[in-house]
Design a protein around this ligand. Structure first.
Ligand code: ZN
Length: 283
């Protein structure tokens, strides 16, 4: 009789345990999608690497990223404006220094995943340059997460001088902007964490995403624009503050070692071409 009870108890615990493990497997895991949010050809790339490659042209990728978390959908960057898609030959700005091209709208890439702009709960922007904020006005339901220093300048003349383009985010209700004070663990579980990295602009920031299979990935914002600049620690002439840029680079490089993360340089065309694009994803 005792033996029978023991066997029954063991069976019940095995059943309970297997139930538990299947529940864990079924819970939605963190997913990261990479979107093509345009391309920028720079006429003279020495603008980004002073004294080096003078007069040489270089094309930069412009990526956006969707992070699906059980507690909400977060978009990191909103890219070049979707309106550019109608310009088949692209658009030249700043006396031809930059040529902008959009081949796929951000909206259509979200739609392909069954999502609308209203389904985005958070938009986090590395900074307020136009190539990172182009479609922000679409996301009227989202909380917009930027550093407080960046928010303080968002609608000012001073911000305009720093190449902030308020026309790309001025339709968002002011109460939806959240000014962050440094590091921010967005979902309070350590999976998606903003790191301050000022210098390129006053409140520039990067994003760490801890993926179960892929490992930890840091999305660079404009900490670097391409790999060679990372190797030689070159600071673009247009950066707001060179000393801050250099100390942010040191801080983020140290963080990458501490948390064992890879850095994805968002504008680096070679990196972008090696990525799985949405609807494929990283997990
Ligand atoms: Zn920038």
């Amino acid at each position: 009789m005792r033996k029978l009870i023991k066997v029954t108890v063991t069976l019940i615990s095995v059943l309970l345990l297997s139930n538990c493990s299947s529940a864990v497997k079924e819970s939605p895991a963190l997913k990261l999608y990479v979107f093509d949010c345009g391309e920028i050809t720079v006429k003279d790339i020495s603008l980004f690497s002073p004294g080096v490659d003078i007069g040489k042209s270089k094309t930069l990728a412009n990526a956006c990223y969707l992070i699906m978390h059980p507690k909400g959908n977060l978009l990191w960057e909103t890219g070049l404006s979707d309106r550019l898609v109608t310009m088949k030959k692209g658009k030249k700005i700043a006396d031809g220094m930059f040529h902008l091209q959009v081949n796929h709208t951000l909206s259509s890439q979200l739609n392909n995943l069954g999502l609308q702009a209203k389904d985005i709960d958070y938009v986090a922007l590395s900074h307020l340059h136009f190539d990172h904020t182009g479609n922000t006005n679409l996301f009227v339901n989202a909380k917009v997460l930027i550093q407080q220093q960046e928010l303080d300048l968002a609608f000012t003349k001073e911000g305009e001088k720093l190449y902030f383009d308020a026309s790309t985010y001025n339709e968002i209700d002011k109460s939806n902007f959240i000014g962050l004070d440094g590091k921010k663990d967005i979902f309070n579980d350590g999976s998606v964490v903003i790191y301050p990295a000022g210098g390129h602009t006053p409140g520039h920031q990067t994003l760490l995403v801890n993926l179960a299979g892929t490992g930890s990935v840091m999305l660079s914002g404009d900490l670097f624009h391409f790999t060679k600049n990372r190797l030689h620690k070159r600071i673009p002439a247009l950066n707001f503050n060179k000393a801050d840029s250099l100390s942010s680079i040191d801080n983020i490089e140290q963080t990458l070692i501490d948390v064992d993360a890879k850095l994805w340089i968002q504008h680096d065309l070679e990196t972008f071409k090696s990525m799985k694009l949405s609807p494929e994803y990283y997990q």
